[in-house]
Design a binder for this molecule. Structure first.
Ligand SMILES: [Zn+2]
Length: 340
């Protein structure tokens, strides 16, 4: 597999040389880049969240974070590298991807590890959620949850959505190597499902009225909560074939979120990576006393909610005399190989 990826990376290099006349931005950006319409207060908060990655006392007592994330060791530097591989661009809440924002960089390419699936996405007839009536809006939000891996706050506000995971199946369907135009950034070449473009809304920066501090958005718990959301959305860039983008499934009967596409079948999907990050920060800040009790309580609530959405067992368990194994998807991403 590794050899295949390397070979593909080499061939992709050649492809990029062929395209050097075009203004294509290198995809291996090391920092988040923001679209022009992302408000500066949101950039400030998100940049601060990312700086925190290197300062948190990350704990991983059972080694599960390192195993599931595929890290050699759990620390801020490795978590930063994991995110940098997946989280590249932040766009504003109203960012849309109509055909005029898409650029064909090369027709007829091969998508490595892709299946023959056609896009289930409502890509072509998508409407702006804000223009719909209340009932239709609720339904649209539900569909978006299913189709675009959108996270919505309890008040119905957009938190974050992985734009790439929404449009990637379309590019693959077209067998074309495509780019997305982002105002203020340029054309972003989508050479892998991991080139994360994230749509960020006000819901991401919400907090409870009971929270203390002059600006609760800067509290430790809220910064970790936003990082948890970024990690969750980043996971939607992993996987291939049927498990590509780690799609959510409907929560089962009797679940608090019954019928909503807000659960994970696998034990290594978006809700698991999110839970592991939260657990790790919580363990660390409780050990060194760096998080106030009320903030630790908020973190526990978020953690419990994430864990409740994972339908697979997390570890090998004995149930009715049988050994039950966790269900885990192959996280290897899909990449564009070369011109056919
Ligand atoms: Zn999700």
């Amino acid at each position: 597999m590794r050899a295949l990826v390397k070979k593909a990376a080499f061939q992709f290099g050649i492809l990029m040389l062929l395209l050097s006349g075009l203004q294509v931005f290198a995809s291996e950006s090391l920092r988040l880049q923001y679209g022009r319409l992302v408000p500066s207060w949101q950039r400030d908060l998100l940049d601060g969240d990312l700086r925190l990655l290197g300062q948190v006392n990350w704990q991983d007592s059972d080694g599960e974070l390192a195993r599931v994330f595929g890290l050699h060791e759990t620390n801020g530097k490795n978590l930063e590298a994991w995110l940098q591989q997946r989280a590249r661009y932040i766009v504003d809440e109203r960012f849309d991807t109509p055909s005029k924002s898409l650029v064909v960089l090369a027709p007829k390419v091969v998508y490595v590890l892709a299946s023959d699936l056609t896009p289930i996405d409502s890509y072509k007839n998508k409407k702006t959620i804000d223009n719909l009536s209340k009932t239709l809006r609720a339904r649209a939000i539900d569909n978006s949850r299913k189709n675009s891996n959108l996270q919505v706050s309890t008040t119905g506000k957009v938190m974050m959505a992985n734009v790439t995971s929404r449009i990637f199946p379309y590019f693959r369907y077209k067998n074309a190597f495509m780019g997305v135009k982002i105002d203020g950034v340029g054309v972003v070449a989508i050479d892998s499902s991991q080139v994360g473009i994230f749509r960020v809304g006000e819901g991401l920066f919400g907090y409870s009225k009971l929270e203390q501090g002059t600006d609760p958005r800067r509290n430790f718990a809220n910064r970790i909560r936003r990082l948890r959301t970024l990690v969750h959305e980043s996971r939607h860039g992993d996987g291939n074939g049927d498990s590509g983008t780690f799609p959510h499934i409907q929560c089962p009967e009797g679940h608090e979120l019954e019928g909503l596409y807000a659960c994970d079948e696998s034990a290594n999907g978006p809700y698991r990576v999110a839970a592991l990050l939260m657990q790790s920060a919580l363990e660390g800040c409780q050990a060194d006393g760096s998080c106030p009790v009320e903030q630790a309580e908020i973190m526990k609530l978020v953690l419990a909610s994430d864990l409740s959405r994972i339908l697979s067992t997390l570890k090998i368990m004995g149930i009715d005399g049988k050994e039950v194994q966790p269900l885990e998807y192959d996280p290897t991403p899909e990449i564009v190989e070369a011109i056919k």
